[in-house]
Design a protein around this ligand. Structure first.
Ligand SMILES: Cc1cc2nc3c(=O)[nH]c(=O)nc-3n(C[C@H](O)[C@H](O)[C@H](O)COP(=O)(O)OP(=O)(O)OC[C@H]3O[C@@H](n4cnc5c(N)ncnc54)[C@H](O)[C@@H]3O)c2cc1C
Ligand code: SF4
Ligand code: SF4
Length: 440
């Protein structure tokens, strides 16, 4: 890339990285936006509606993802990661490793014929829908994906796993524009950039993790016990049930939400509060009450943290709609016939109770991205004790390395408004450093 105009690298294209990239691009900076997944959008793309306004998540996000793809100052690279970063005077040389999509970005017209024709159509569990829907070995993760170019999943595709797909790849036969290329190889690009922003977001706590999971919650063995992110996919019109809240094909009549699963609990490796999950459960209780009139929605909490603008009012709205808030610590969840039973200790009045219900939603906490330590080593950043990237206490956008900045939930759990603000703050700090003002 030419360095005549200031240039920056943004790693991770969730809502925070997109915001940072667009702010920089609007200021005339040439931005390379590198995303590990097949599409940009991050976790917000998996979310149905957003608290406290219940705006449709993809309606808010899609204009931003489309703008990022079409902005003349943004170059988007997907299936890509930062694998090296070295200082070269006042700038950096960044090494980007790009995995093949096996589909030509220029040729593919996103018609979907390959996906329909794929020998594995309907047999591959959807990663985007968290294992709750079935897809093909070639496709896009969700309908509004950016880029809309299809991509082959190498861990599933028969051709890529075994070098053979029946008598020949049906996907390639179905593609009228000859876009599929199984000979595409991984490649490495080296770019010179003036500033780097890491915006790699978070992973969700896995209650079934073999080391730090909570086996007493029966997650994974019981299809009636799901995580909050799975609830988002069930509730979403583009999800596996087209937005219908169904468990085993039937609408639940009683839903119990359990807070702080993998948060504020040292036995699971996280002493911190994940900040968003109280509001997420309140939102999901409201969505359930609106979709399923007469449903019982009970939230078992340690204490409700509704900290943001309009959040307390949203909690009151949820209660007015019928959401029941109970202080309780669940000790066990088990199946009983078609029901699921939550054994809970009432931490306000004392005593233990068994609550029968049809669906349990675990408010799984936010965790550092897997691989954060490796990325921190590459970018010369520090990782805090909680596993998130260290940021300046007075200047959360300022990474501790010169010219390297942190945006969004990779610096610690945060909601979408804070992630957007943090993306803008990181862009501002990067701009100061590029222009040599403000001591960046
Ligand atoms: C169930 C649930 C519901 C939620 N609902 C709401 C809500 O209603 N309202 C609200 O305000 N907040 C909500 N949140 C919080 C919201 O998800 C986060 O605030 C937001 O996603 C943070 O954005 P981000 O860009 O920092 O991270 P992410 O959304 O995680 O995006 C990070 C991006 O970086 C990419 N990436 C990761 N590692 C690499 C790498 N090494 N190289 C390149 N790319 C990489 C990822 O693929 C991803 O695209 C919810 C959270 C959960 C768990
Ligand atoms: S090669 Fe076969 S398995 Fe792979 S995407 Fe094409 S049809 Fe599906
Ligand atoms: S790869 Fe070919 S068949 Fe598949 S979506 Fe693209 S153009 Fe259509």
């Amino acid at each position: 890339m030419s360095t005549s105009a200031p240039s920056a690298l943004v790693v991770g294209a969730g809502v925070a990285g997109i915001q940072a990239a667009l702010d920089l691009a609007d200021a005339g900076v040439k931005v390379v936006l590198v995303e590990r997944g097949d599409s940009i959008g991050g976790r917000m793309a998996q979310t149905d509606k957003t608290f406290p306004t219940l705006d449709c998540s993809s309606c808010t996000l899609t204009p931003r993802t489309v703008e990022a793809e079409s902005h003349p100052n943004v170059r988007l690279i997907t299936r890509a990661e930062l694998t090296g970063l070295t200082r070269a005077g006042s700038s950096f040389e960044a090494e980007i490793t790009i995995r093949p999509r096996y589909v030509d970005l220029e040729r593919c017209v996103s018609c979907g014929r390959c996906s329909e024709a794929c020998r594995l159509a309907g047999k591959v569990l959807s990663e985007f829908d968290l294992g709750m829907g079935n897809v093909s070995a070639i496709g896009v993760p969700f309908p509004q994906a950016v880029p809309s170019t299809y991509a082959v999943a190498p861990e599933h595709c028969l051709m890529l796993r075994f070098g053979k797909c029946g008598k020949g790849p049906k996907c390639a036969e179905a593609c009228d524009v000859d876009a599929i290329d199984f000979d595409e190889e991984e490649r490495v690009e080296r770019l010179e950039v003036g500033a780097v922003i890491l915006a790699t977001g978070y992973d969700l706590y896995d209650p079934a993790d073999s080391a730090i999971g909570r086996p007493e919650l029966d997650f994974r063995d019981n299809p009636r016990v799901i995580t909050n992110l799975q609830f988002e996919r069930l509730s979403s019109a583009s999800g596996p049930t087209q937005g219908k809240l169904l468990v085993g094909g039937v609408e639940p009549k009683r839903i119990v939400f359990i807070q702080c699963v993998g948060s504020r609990d040292r036995t699971t490796g996280a002493a911190y509060c994940s900040r968003v999950c109280c509001m997420v459960s309140l939102k999901q209780a409201v969505l359930a009450l609106e979709k399923l009139p007469g449903v019982e929605a009970t939230i078992l909490y340690m204490d409700i943290r509704a900290f943001g603008k309009g959040y307390e009012e949203f909690m009151e709205r949820a209660q007015r709609l019928g959401a029941k808030l109970r202080r309780g610590a669940p000790s066990e969840i088990f199946a009983m016939g078609d029901e699921v039973v939550v054994r809970v200790e009432d931490t306000l009045l004392g005593g233990t109770e068994e609550m029968a219900c049809d669906l349990v939603v675990l408010a799984a906490g936010l965790r550092p991205r897997s691989g954060s330590e490796g990325l921190a080593a590459i970018a010369n950043l520090t990782v805090e004790e909680d596993g998130f990237f260290a940021t300046h206490k007075r200047d959360p956008a300022g990474g501790l390395g010169e010219g390297v900045f942190v945006a969004g939930a990779c610096g610690g759990p945060m909601d979408i408004p804070d992630a957007v603000a943090s993306g803008s703050a990181a862009a501002g700090a990067a701009l100061e450093s590029l222009l040599g003002v403000g001591g960046g």
